[in-house]
Write a protein that binds this ligand. Structure first.
Ligand code: ATP
Ligand code: MG
Length: 277
């Protein structure tokens, strides 16, 4: 049965989409059958994978509105092991309607259950806010991967998502686990990162991935190339970090089955003190 991982934090521009796309592509490269789902109405995953609107034959909106089946909106990609469900929300009315569809929080989870056996991993790219699609995704997920960028605002967003995890566990999805915290756009020799790392490691050290993703102009440019960085140049520093992240995630999951660290992570979340920078 596949593992469903949401990439989420209520902060924009921290690397959620970049991580989702490159992690999904990396898992596919190492032959794990992977589905990438874009839950952000801005539709950035499609751009990163080189899907122009004419190549999109259905999206998450069609699925949730019951106008198309999950098979009809699942797109094949240039990688044998990677499938993709885009978000191709073209106007405000559609986005509002989509928001209303998310009131039934279990709808998406029930739909995912019908295809879960086809994949090893399902990676969901979430928007930079908690309501609606993120809530929907977390209700349907086994775990959450949290990208964190250096700086005080990132720490505030991390605190917010950790509180939200406790809320989701209580109300909608008791099995939601923290997959890991990813240091994204990492610049080790800066004061902002020194403080961020100190705070994160102190409270939540064991959830931080050993792999960090460096700040890299190549990763930033790759969006324009219509292919994930890991496909365009697998030897670049940024690409190597995503391939390492995929491997670390696979190893972690084979050594440390989900249910074992559930209570520990609940304790860590409650104890975490990320304020007072
Ligand atoms: P949003 O919340 O707006 O959807 P996001 O969290 O999904 O944002 P991305 O779109 O992945 O963030 O990244 C934001 C910008 O930073 C993009 O222009 C992306 O190309 C760039 N970027 C992402 N990761 C890196 C990196 N490691 N090094 C340099 N630039 C990066
Ligand atoms: Mg994004």
């Amino acid at each position: 049965m596949g593992k469903v991982i949401s990439v989420a934090i209520p902060k924009g521009g921290v690397g959620k989409t970049t991580t989702s796309v490159n992690l999904a592509a990396s898992l596919a490269v190492i032959e794990r059958k992977t589905l990438l789902i874009d839950m952000d109405p801005s539709g950035a995953c499609a751009v990163s994978l080189g899907f122009t609107p004419d190549k999109i034959h259905g999206d998450i909106f069609n699925l949730l509105a019951f106008s198309k089946s999950i098979d009809q909106i699942t797109h094949k990609t240039f990688l044998d092991h990677l499938d993709f469900i885009p978000a191709n929300i073209l106007n405000f009315e559609a986005e509002e309607r989509l928001e209303r569809l998310t009131y039934n929080v279990y709808l998406f989870r029930n739909i995912l259950q019908t295809i879960i056996n086809k994949y090893d991993f399902i990676i969901i790219d979430c928007p930079p806010y908690l309501r609606g699609m993120t809530n929907f995704a977390l209700t349907a997920s086994d775990s959450i991967l949290i990208p964190v960028k250096g700086g005080h605002l990132s720490l505030m967003a991390l605190k917010k998502i950790l509180n939200h995890i406790v809320h989701i566990r209580k109300n909608q999805n008791p099995k939601l686990e923290v997959e890991g915290i990813l240091l994204s756009m990492y610049e080790p020799n800066t004061r902002a990162w020194e403080i961020t790392e100190g705070k994160v490691f102190k409270s939540l050290g064991k959830y931080v991935f050993k792999t960090t993703v460096p700040k890299s102009t190549f990763i930033a440019e790759a969006t324009y190339l219509g292919k994930p960085a890991v496909i365009f140049d697998a030897k670049s520093r940024g690409s190597i970090s995503f391939l390492k992240l995929a491997k670390e995630l696979i190893v972690r999951n084979s050594i440390c089955p989900l249910i074992k660290n559930l209570t520990n992570s609940e304790k860590a979340i409650n104890k975490s003190d990320l304020y007072g920078v």
